[in-house]
Design a protein around this ligand. Structure first.
Ligand SMILES: Cc1cc2nc3c(=O)[nH]c(=O)nc-3n(C[C@H](O)[C@H](O)[C@H](O)COP(=O)(O)O)c2cc1C
Length: 274
């Protein structure tokens, strides 16, 4: 069996988790998975066979898998290859992300044989409004590697079989947190309907030294060497530019950050099925 893995990961947590899964698999299998980063561009190979296992990892955006993952993987041919999907979320909820990516992979000819939801520091997390700060941490990475070891043992036992990812559901949040968040979203939507405002990553020109790392990590070319202001038609607010800036010159004042920080600070745990 050939194992090929792909991460779409603007702020690096999905890639870190996928690499941990690879470590877990490699520790218990002679098969060494390949790692491909599809954050900035598509990657070959794109056509697979029934002997292959493909693992994909990406962040949850608004309760679904990051749409750019699907764009990167569009047109791939699974030809019956097995597939495991990983959704990484910022401690609020993964909602439909696993079923979303699972349906997408199935439609491209893959057989979904497992999935996991893991927690990564929220893209909007700041020192003022921490959200799942520092995750995945050591405890998370132990779980991630355990997941990898379980994949390896399923492979060696010939037990990798189709699963229904709809059975893997979110760890419940406290009712009060959900209520607060729901009320915030209703208010935000009302305000946007009345006075639409686009929140984009901003740059503090006093701090920026023009190093250019920000545009080198932008998955959509919303910021470029020529224009350091994000193009609102392209920016997906992934915060790659914010997190990577060595001068802390970039920030995104997301109105979601305070409400997420206040209401989703109880630690959620990784979940998976194989
Ligand atoms: C636009 C956007 C939407 C997000 N939506 C959710 C969400 O619905 N639930 C959640 O828990 N985290 C959400 N997050 C947080 C990311 O899923 C989380 O930070 C993830 O670890 C980022 O992965 P990466 O480091 O691979 O980019 C969102 C982040 C962004 C940028």
């Amino acid at each position: 069996m050939i194992i090929t893995t792909f991460a779409f990961s603007p702020t690096g947590t999905s890639a870190k988790i996928l690499k941990g899964v690879i470590t877990g698999i490699s520790a218990h299998s002679t098969v060494k998975p390949d790692f491909h980063d599809v954050t900035l561009s598509e990657a070959a190979p794109k056509s697979f066979s029934a002997d292959d296992l493909v693992i994909v990892a990406a962040p949850v955006y608004g309760g679904k898998i990051a749409p750019l993952l699907k764009q990167r993987l569009k047109g791939w041919q699974g030809n019956g290859a097995k597939c495991i999907v990983i959704a990484v979320y910022g401690n609020r909820a993964f909602e439909n992300a696993l079923t979303d990516v699972s349906e997408f992979m199935s439609a491209q000819g893959f057989t979904v044989c497992g999935g996991g939801a893991f927690i990564g520091e929220h893209s909007y997390s700041t020192s003022e409004y921490p959200i799942a700060q520092g995750r995945p941490d050591t405890i998370d990475m132990e779980a991630v590697e355990r997941f990898g070891r379980e994949i390896a043992s399923k492979i060696s036992g010939g037990m990798l079989a189709p699963v229904n990812l709809a059975t893997l559901t979110d760890e419940p949040s406290p009712a009060e947190s959900l209520k607060n968040f729901r009320e915030f979203v209703i208010g935000y939507q009302k305000q946007q309907a009345e006075r639409p405002r686009t929140y984009l990553p901003e740059v503090d020109l006093q701090l920026c030294d023009g190093c250019g790392v920000c545009y080198s990590v932008c998955p959509t070319e919303a910021i470029t060497e020529e224009s350091h202001s994000a193009d609102p038609t392209k920016c997906i607010k992934c915060c790659a530019c914010v997190k990577v800036c060595p001068q802390d010159a970039r920030s995104l004042q997301s109105p979601f950050a305070p409400v997420l920080s206040a209401n989703f600070n109880h630690r959620k745990s990784p979940r998976w099925i194989l």
